[in-house]
Ligand binder design. Structure first.
Ligand code: IMP
Ligand code: MG
Length: 181
């Protein structure tokens, strides 16, 4: 889907070309870091699918791919942070070098939960690669080894990121108009 005729968009943050170029750079960093090893990419459904497939094509070490899905809830006081696995991985990660691939790290609650859960399954190593990082919203500190872009404190859509499940198939990343969110 192209960005033309999308009235919800306030401005483009990253074009398709910028995204492609940055993914190449990050994939090169990852290939360097894991040289001589096989890497298991774990995607968090559904947002990371677009990023994961683009990244995987540029990584130059052997990779396997698995997915999990999570649901997050607000607790009674409305605070975020309650996360559970809605669809688990197909395969064991024991002794594997795992790269958890995220669409965006925001408060950090989702990532903290996933890292704790996956670490308990005895991987050889576990690291995080996120497409977007909104560091200004972080509530819990989580380690992020690889990131494509830092973003401002605005709601974004495209390249996997949704608003009410829509706009994931936008090729660029865009800021939504405030009255639309
Ligand atoms: P957190 O780091 O636990 O706060 O959760 C991050 C999750 O919130 C992501 O995986 C997205 O599904 C969602 N999210 C956060 N910010 C945005 C945004 O700007 N656009 C779309 N989804 C977002
Ligand atoms: Mg989402």
């Amino acid at each position: 889907m192209s960005r033309d005729n999308q009235p919800e968009i306030e401005r483009i943050l990253f074009t398709e070309e910028q995204i492609e170029e940055r993914i190449r750079e990050v994939a090169a960093e990852i290939s360097e870091r894991y040289r001589g090893r096989t890497l298991k990419l774990i995607g968090v459904l559904k947002g990371s699918v677009f990023f994961l497939t683009a990244l995987a094509r540029r990584i130059e070490v052997p990779v396997t791919i698995d997915f999990l899905a999570i649901s997050s809830f607000s607790n009674k006081s409305g605070a975020p942070g309650v996360v559970r696995i809605a669809k688990d991985l197909d395969d064991s990660i024991e002794n594997e070098d795992v790269l958890l691939v995220e669409d965006i790290v925001d408060t950090g609650f989702t990532l903290r939960y996933l890292l704790q859960t996956l670490a308990s399954r005895n991987p050889n190593s576990i690291a995080v690669c996120t497409f977007l990082d909104r560091h200004s919203s972080r509530i819990v500190q989580v380690p992020v080894e690889f990131r494509c872009f830092e973003i401002p404190d605005r709601f974004v859509i495209g390249f996997g990121l949704d608003y009410n499940q829509l706009y994931r198939n936008l090729g660029c990343v865009a800021v939504m108009k405030p009255d639309r969110t």
